[in-house]
Design a protein around this ligand. Sequence first.
Ligand SMILES: *[C@@H]1O[C@H](CO)[C@@H](O)[C@H](O)[C@H]1NC(C)=O
Ligand SMILES: *[C@@H]1O[C@H](CO)[C@@H](O)[C@H](O)[C@H]1NC(C)=O
Ligand SMILES: *[C@@H]1O[C@H](CO)[C@@H](O)[C@H](O)[C@H]1NC(C)=O
Length: 398
Amino acid sequence: MAPASCVRSVVHWLVTALAWTVLCEASPQGLASTLVPSCPTQCICLSQSQVVCNSATLRAVPSALSSSVMQLSLSRADLRVLRSDAFAHLRQLRRLSLDACNLTRIRPFAFRGLPRLNELYIQHTPLATVDAFAFAALQNISSIVLSHNRIAQIEGYAFAGTNFIKLISLRNNPIKRILAHAFSGLNDVTQIELPSGIRSIEPQAFAGLEGVGVLELAYMDLPALLQDTFHGLTRVGRLALRESDLGIIKVGAFDGLRRVETLEMCNNKIDGVEELSLIHNNSVHTFKLTGNHMLETPEAVVLEVENVVIRGNHLPCECGRDPLANPLALTEDFAEENLCISPLKIRGRSLASAAGAACRGEGGGSARARAAAAACRGRAFAPRLAFTFAAFAFLANS
Ligand SMILES: *[C@@H]1O[C@H](CO)[C@@H](O)[C@H](O)[C@H]1NC(C)=O
Ligand SMILES: *[C@@H]1O[C@H](CO)[C@@H](O)[C@H](O)[C@H]1NC(C)=O
Ligand SMILES: *[C@@H]1O[C@H](CO)[C@@H](O)[C@H](O)[C@H]1NC(C)=O
């Protein structure tokens, strides 16, 4: 308490002295930056480069700050609206905190003219939308932390022209929809953190997003994964769809997604799959489908992917239907490594072990007969051969 109030009184003294000087000499320009380090009344200037303005009476970014400020906190100020170029007079800024500053709106290009800004924090504010170009023109920033706000929507092009960011965090916001082009014009982000509870992702939501280390979409509640959801998303290290209700995976959900090192779908509930298609053009290196609960057998699956892992999924085991006739039966141990979700009496058993039990006494034929039938159906391409091999292995073991 003592140092702060001490600084404050020194500051007040300086400001008073400066005011007198200005009044007497009628020369408002130049003095602030040359004679005395100016410090606005609502601020504490800890040094030439570090300023804290956390007064609730502050209604705008102080204009009288020294241009040498590198770290500025406006936490708990009452800023409400950030206008375009709001910080353009502070070109040396490296760290800016706007936590709890009652922000409701960020106008386009609010942070323009800050070539050295490295960290930007806007948390615990009533901010409800991220408008187009709100964060445009931030070059080489390492983190934009937007957690604990009331952001419900990210407009298209909110981050346009922003490059080489390590982290964009949108955790703990009530975002329900991701609109088309929300991340357009954003390049080379190490990680984007989205909140839980997303209820819709528009087609092309990630279009124009180029170069992401990790994009994790978790705890969503979607009616469907629509066609072109990932269209225009390019160069991704890991794209993960996890712990979500994905609804129906529509035809073409992954159309236009390009160059993904690892695509994971883990621990989701999936009501149906119209088509799960990753073709050569997607250039997905590894696809992992693990721990999902699928209420229906997928209708069509095409996986032109180098590595495929399909394990620990819960799939319907219908009476009379061979587990290896599932279009997902593309890996060698598919029937051993995946489980029945239905019917109830065999839930949780491996597809392989449950094949006979599902229909026992119901006239569905034996597992052996059905596996043999599957083996004889004569598939043309390689993964099917693997599955045929698996069928024989299964026969040999039974
Ligand atoms: C925040 O802004 C609203 C108007 O948008 C105002 O009524 C309220 O007093 C402000 N709160 C604080 C803590 O400054
Ligand atoms: C980008 O930021 C890094 C540190 O985060 C710095 O070393 C580098 O010089 C910056 N590049 C430009 C072009 O400002
Ligand atoms: C493959 O992707 C490129 C670039 O997006 C596109 O121009 C081309 O038409 C695609 N080819 C096929 C066969 O889909």
